[in-house]
Design a protein around this ligand. Structure first.
Ligand SMILES: [Zn+2]
Length: 280
């Protein structure tokens, strides 16, 4: 998709399944199952929609999916389905791993940075050997010292080698990574969670990541039970939604398996999702 002077492309790493109750927090199942049907283990299907931004001079990848470093048990538990893979989709887009200049990690949960690294034989190596990988300081700290509640989502093999090879840039605040590509701190899911605002020629797209993982999560109280600070998510959503409506931002939903983009409409303090075709 042409987006101002940028070229944007969804790079899918397939899909995986997580518990529907955990995905929808306090929302009763009788409501959420109308939006997405669970499997026999009560899990719902989630997309792994990464985003490739070609600026003309640089290739930027936002998040890297689940990746492929899993045991049989983990593959079953998360029902990871690689009908397509990040590497395969990038190849299809005409890019080799060496062509990626910047990788932005919204946070370090395995389903967002699992493709940062891959196996070369038995050894874990960077998937994108020339890239600078960017993550937020609070996220890095929490991922290195997870607590009893957060540890199941953090696997050090997704970033340790990057740190050792000095390929990981840890940022302290919002910044413009490249002209038109801006990091925006959106805490709540985790303390160091960030979204990415892409702006070119008067158009704006926000890569929400887990601030609002699917289009079904658009209503303000539909906050995940996975969020470590749900009240922060609520506050940040209110701020971001207001800006998104005012600025007519196109929103990008990382985990929606069917509808990756759309707009928000506001009425009576409530927000509704309005789908958009990916290719307008
Ligand atoms: Zn997450």
């Amino acid at each position: 998709m042409k987006f101002g002077s940028f070229d944007l492309q969804i790079i899918s790493d397939g899909s995986f399944w997580l518990d529907g109750g955990a995905m929808f927090g306090v929302v009763p199942k009788v409501l959420w199952e109308k939006k997405t049907a669970p499997d026999e283990k009560n899990r719902i299907r989630l997309g792994l929609n990464c985003l490739l931004v070609r600026t003309g001079n640089h290739n930027v990848l936002i998040d890297t999916g689940c990746g492929e470093k899993y045991t049989e048990k983990e593959l079953r538990m998360y029902r990871i389905e690689h009908e397509v893979t990040l590497a395969g989709q990038l190849r299809k887009a005409g890019l080799s791993p060496e062509d990626i200049d910047v990788v932005i990690n919204t946070h370090l949960h395995f389903d967002h940075c699992g493709g940062n690294t891959c196996y070369d034989g038995q050894v874990v190596v960077p998937s994108f050997p020339r890239a600078e990988y960017i993550v937020r300081a609070e996220e890095y700290e929490d991922a290195m010292c997870p607590n009893e509640r957060s540890s199941a989502s953090y696997f050090q093999h997704n970033w340790k080698v990057l740190k050792e090879k000095r390929m990981l840039r840890i940022v302290e605040r919002d910044e413009e990574v490249l002209p038109g590509i801006q990091l925006i701190h959106t805490p709540g899911h985790t303390r160091g969670h960030q979204s990415v605002l892409i702006q070119s020629d008067g158009r704006s797209l926000l890569y929400l990541a887990d601030l609002c993982p699917t289009t079904a999560h658009v209503p303000l109280p539909w906050v995940m039970a996975y969020d470590l600070h749900p009240m922060t998510t609520l506050d940040v959503r209110k701020q971001i939604y207001r800006q998104a409506v005012a600025g007519k931002w196109l929103l990008f939903f990382e985990h929606d398996p069917e509808q990756p983009t759309g707009y928000l409409q506001e009425g009576d303090g409530k927000y509704l999702f309005a789908p958009s075709a990916w290719e307008p």
